[in-house]
Design a protein around this ligand. Structure first.
Ligand code: MN
Length: 422
């Protein structure tokens, strides 16, 4: 077992009941304060731990990890150490935060390296090179296909044979807490009429998760499905904001463009695949059997409970969706193997998002498009209003966590407030 995953570990830092960040998690992120430059950190209970300070005190020197990687504004150089390096650092952090602490005086250092999370600013954790969005939920693809093409042709003929995806826009990926401006664009208000220009009327969220690529590959080479997981560093929450009216008019024949590229929101913490290892589960059975390069044996998915809350301006919030990562038809190894099968190269810090994660029941659908079924079934809110799509002033909050053997590993939040179009 990976040392930091031991369910018996307890930290000398208080971890409140229900916290996302017990000692078994130790995700990685980047923070700053008015007095401190951006630097790497981990989360423990209600605190962030400053890894630059720990590095300057020599706590990682014997691991062969250079100090400079912890003083960077992004995780990329740290991730590029490879799994041996990042795993050694995570295990060392478990040693330092363990209440059986013997070898170090880290508790004396606590005043220097621990900061209340509420008092720091979390930053974009990675410099995203390329961003790909898959479409790997059978339930989501079936729901959307049913709405636009009817039940008979809901799934396109390719869908069960390959993980459908498209290349997204990396520059507009923002960290949780960043407001999102309602986009403007072309849309057709009534079928057959000419398009009009204006603010999107059908602004939506998409409940997704994304994985962070942890190793470069050479252009012209492919990653086999057996090796694919070695190339995945960790996961985060991902809201792929979508303007359904712009999307519907523009997407034929080349796919999503301005209806998607205005913003995507990620959570600030990258939870490592090491921390998620105890939560592996099998994904749905795949029939027809995929081609050999996509065949995966074993438990390739993860049991991650997901939820979406809509919090109106000055109002009470409502959880509108509860889903689970394990519902996805195509797993991450299959997505990565498919992405590189043509020789396309990967770079550390690339993001690959899952696609909207809808489950089998109407309360598990991962977008307003599905939850309100194109606006036909408005969702009542606690303040007496209802929602077909998002209103200005609404804050959308994604959350996720895994629970097993008394250990709860959380992802924090991916939150964003809708601002009116200008
Ligand atoms: Mn999407």
């Amino acid at each position: 077992m990976i040392r930091a995953n031991d369910p018996k570990l307890r930290s000398w830092v208080e971890v409140p009941h229900g916290s996302d960040f017990p000692i078994q998690n130790l995700p990685f992120g980047v923070f700053r304060t008015p007095g401190l430059t951006p630097r790497l950190c981990t989360a423990i209970g209600r605190y962030v731990a400053d890894l630059q300070v720990l590095a300057e005190h020599g706590f990682f020197d014997d691991l062969g990890v250079p100090r400079y990687v912890f003083a960077q504004p992004y995780l990329n150089d740290f991730i590029a150490l490879g799994k041996d390096g990042t795993r050694a650092v995570r295990n060392r952090l478990a040693d330092l935060l363990d209440d059986d602490l013997e070898d170090w005086d880290a508790s004396e250092l606590a005043g220097y390296f621990l900061h209340l999370r509420d008092e720091v600013q979390m930053l974009m954790p990675i410099k995203v090179g390329d961003y790909t969005d898959f479409y790997s939920s059978r339930e989501h693809a079936t729901n959307v296909g049913t709405m636009f093409r009817g039940k008979e042709n809901a799934l396109m003929p390719n869908w069960l044979h390959l993980p459908v995806g498209y290349h997204g826009r990396a520059s507009s990926i923002v960290v949780s807490g960043t407001p999102v401006r309602r986009p403007k664009g072309q849309m057709v208000l009534k079928d057959g009429e000419p398009p009009v220009f204006g603010p999107s009327r059908l602004l939506d969220f998409e409940l997704e998760m994304a994985f962070v690529v942890g190793r470069d590959t050479q252009l012209g080479t492919s990653v086999s499905i057996a090796d694919a997981e070695d190339y995945i560093f960790g996961m985060l929450l991902f809201n792929d904001w979508s303007a359904r009216d712009i999307q519907k008019w523009e997407y034929v024949p080349l796919g999503p463009f301005l209806g998607k590229s205005f913003a995507s929101t990620i959570s600030p913490w990258v939870v490592t695949m090491d921390a998620l290892e105890p939560f592996r589960v099998e994904g749905p059975e795949q029939a027809p059997r995929p081609l050999p390069y996509l065949q995966y044996e074993g438990s390739g998915s993860f049991d991650i409970q997901l939820e979406v809350e809509i919090l109106p301006d000055n109002g009470k919030g409502k959880t509108v969706c509860q889903s689970n990562f394990r519902y996805l038809y195509w797993n991450m190894a299959q997505q990565l193997a498919h992405h590189t099968v043509n020789g396309c190269n990967l770079r550390v810090g690339d993001l690959m998002a899952s696609g909207t994660i809808s489950g089998p029941t109407p309360d598990s659908y991962g977008s307003m498009l599905e939850l309100s079924w194109r606006g036909e079934k408005p969702i009542p809110m606690p303040d007496g209003s209802d929602r077909k799509f998002l209103l200005d002033g609404d804050t959308v909050i994604l959350r996720g966590c895994c629970e097993k053997n008394g250990v709860r590993i959380g992802f924090g939040e991916a939150s964003g407030k809708v601002l009116p179009a200008v």
